[in-house]
Design a protein around this ligand. Structure first.
Ligand code: NAI
Length: 375
């Protein structure tokens, strides 16, 4: 079989993490399914050349169409800012490529639906970059839930809170609602919403509060001139899920002291699990079957016997996997799916659903009432 030829659109922060994932596959797993890091597109030639060389891509261009149209490219990876996802993704899908696109899939639900519809019509293999699904103990928590270890699920609380968006943080595209879709809700909350869908189920209605705390931020490269941010710095949302399950999302990038608190607690009739990405190798588990004298959360340390355990070089539980390992796991699954032509999860369908739920959250905050999520 001819190798999968990867075209990467965008060479910024997350593209670097994707490149690490791609480059790690053969080292970690030794089962490299024949692929080539073929061509990278950036906004101009010098950025493209620098990123291609750094990430080990063989060719580069300043025109993303030369990636999405290239008959040799099999898989297109869209890692541009959110408002630049749709056009390259759709062009790649229309040219029959498999496509991985970063999250959130789009800055609005209508465009996300169009992206999903094109993929569905053409039968492309797709994936959205909700990488936390492939943190081993997150995958394991889902296995526990699926296997009934928590009994009947009652509720899930999720959060993704950080503190980097200080008042002096510049007014980049993330603070422009048209470009980003929303603020902390889109950047961070999209992952938390994906966790709810991945672990427990589908939201049917939402009730939310969004708050812009820092209304004016310095313009990039002009620190004495300020411009207006029109996005949420903090969002709280209550969600009703199918089957009467209750859910909660808190997204914030101004939560002082919180660095990478992407986490959840799921409570069921027979137990609970708690996870926090600041401690990615620990899953806290409570079983109501423990004797009354021994009840309490215990710590499960991630190791080789957990999902993706073959990434670990040593058989020592808690030796550690982090953020970048989830990207390696994601890219390995992606390559395997593309090689077999098998649909992957989270797909563009999942990406569209998250965009729909975020839009319902924004509408609820604006109208100050419960809003149904379209099904
Ligand atoms: P970034 O600003 O660091 O990188 C974006 C890159 O795209 C820049 O290097 C820019 O020059 C390039 N670009 C702009 N226009 C282009 C064009 N026409 N053709 C080719 N390249 C172009 O942004 P970052 O942080 O990498 O975010 C990109 C996407 O990744 C966003 O959708 C974001 O939400 C997502 N993301 C996902 C993360 C995750 O954990 N899954 C973490 C960070 C970002």
């Amino acid at each position: 079989m001819s190798p999968i030829k990867v075209g990467l659109v965008g060479g910024g922060a997350i593209a670097r993490a994707h490149a690490i994932g791609f480059n790690n596959i053969s080292v970690f797993f030794g089962d490299k399914p024949g692929f080539e890091l073929y061509k990278l597109a950036e906004a101009n030639d010098s950025l493209a050349e620098a990123a291609a060389k750094r990430y080990s891509f063989n060719n580069w261009t300043s025109d993303w169409r030369k990636v999405t149209n290239d008959p040799d490219v099999t898989l297109v990876d869209v890692a541009t800012p959110t408002f630049l996802h749709k056009d390259p993704a759709i062009d790649a899908l229309e040219h029959g490529k498999s496509v991985i696109c970063e999250k959130p899939l789009s800055s609005n639900a209508a465009d996300a639906k169009e992206m999903y519809s094109v993929a569905k019509r053409n039968g492309n293999v797709t994936m959205v970059g909700f990488n936390y699904r492939r943190v081993p103990l997150v995958t394991f928590a889902r296995d526990m839930i699926r296997n009934g270890r928590l009994g009947k699920i009652f509720q899930i609380r999720t959060h993704f809170i950080q503190d980097w968006a200080t008042p002096n943080f510049p007014l980049t595209w993330r603070f422009n609602s048209k470009q980003a879709g929303a603020g902390a809700l889109a950047d961070l909350g999209s992952h938390a919403i994906d966790m709810i869908r991945y672990l427990v189920g589908e939201p049917t209605a939402v009730c939310a509060q969004t708050v812009t705390i820092i209304e004016n931020r310095p313009l990039p490269n002009e620190k004495d001139v300020k411009g207006k941010s029109d996005v949420d710095d903090t969002t709280f949302a209550l969600l009703r899920l199918e089957g009467g399950i209750a859910a909660e999302v808190n997204a914030s990038w101004i939560a002082s002291g919180r660095k990478l608190q992407m986490g959840f607690e799921v409570n069921g009739s027979e137990g609970s699990v708690y996870f926090d990405m600041e401690r990615p190798n620990e899953l806290r588990y409570y079983s109501s079957h423990d004797s009354e004298t021994e009840q309490g959360f215990k710590t499960i340390y991630g190791g080789q016997r957990h999902p993706y355990g073959d990434v670990l070089v040593f058989g020592v539980p808690s030796i550690g996997m982090g953020y970048l390992d989830s990207l390696t796991n994601q890219m390995r699954d992606l390559m395997a799916g593309v090689a077999k032509g098998e649909q992957l999860q989270p797909s563009f369908y999942d990406g569209w659903r998250v965009n729909q739920i975020m839009e319902a959250i924004l509408k609820s905050a604006l109208t100050e009432r419960w809003v149904s999520v379209e099904s």
